[in-house]
Design a protein around this ligand. Structure first.
Ligand code: ZN
Length: 198
């Protein structure tokens, strides 16, 4: 039943279609938005549109950014010889939150999944291999410990081995099937420090 006007219901429906936003939260956000001054709502909608329009993949690590190089790849403080491979930009954010990793990342945007028909060409693997032609000492594979994440880790390690570059896998302190972004920083750090050579 439509308790509210069509427009408010529309807004609730749109907000509710976002991940992690249930109906109650959608309602709360909708009523908050309609009570905001119009210029603030305009600012919010402009930011949404402008961000969407300008977002692109970093030329080096393929994370989402709005410049040619993301802030991590363009930082002189980061060690470009150590590359941590993650599945999503959210995983990157999880490791960045620990504040302890000084290398750079590579974002695959997914994992190999024969079941879902996702093969090596469907993720950003070619881009990773191209980066390895430069001066790289270690590739840390930090894909999830799900079946897809492990399959991807195996595949990548086999691909890199012949190059002689050290390949490591984060320790299995990360719960199986666990989404990296939901794991606390201490666990992530332990996983990183306890990594083993593949
Ligand atoms: Zn980057």
């Amino acid at each position: 039943m439509d308790y509210f006007s069509g427009r408010i219901s529309d807004l609730i429906e749109q907000l509710g279609s976002l991940p992690g936003i249930g109906r109650k939260t959608a309602q709360r956000l909708a009523f908050h938005i309609v009570s905001m001054p119009e210029e603030k709502v305009k600012k919010l909608s402009d930011v949404l549109i402008e961000t969407r329009r300008n977002v692109r993949y970093c030329r080096e690590c393929c994370t989402l950014t709005d410049a040619e190089l993301c802030p991590i790849c363009s930082s002189p403080k980061r060690d470009k010889r150590v590359i941590m491979v993650v599945e999503t930009p959210r995983d990157l954010a999880a490791y960045e939150k620990t504040g302890k990793f000084t290398g750079v990342y590579h974002v695959l945007h997914g994992a190999i999944s024969p079941m879902l028909g996702i093969g090596p060409d469907d993720i950003r693997l070619k881009e990773l291999m191209r980066r390895l032609e430069g001066d790289v000492q270690e590739v840390i594979i930090a894909t999830n410990s799900s079946l897809e994440g492990e399959t991807t880790a195996m595949y990548i390690s086999r691909l890199i081995k012949p190059t002689g570059i050290r390949v490591t896998r984060i320790a299995s302190g990360v719960p199986v099937g666990g989404d990296l972004e939901n794991i606390d920083e201490v666990t992530l750090l332990r996983a990183l420090e306890g990594r083993t050579q593949l």
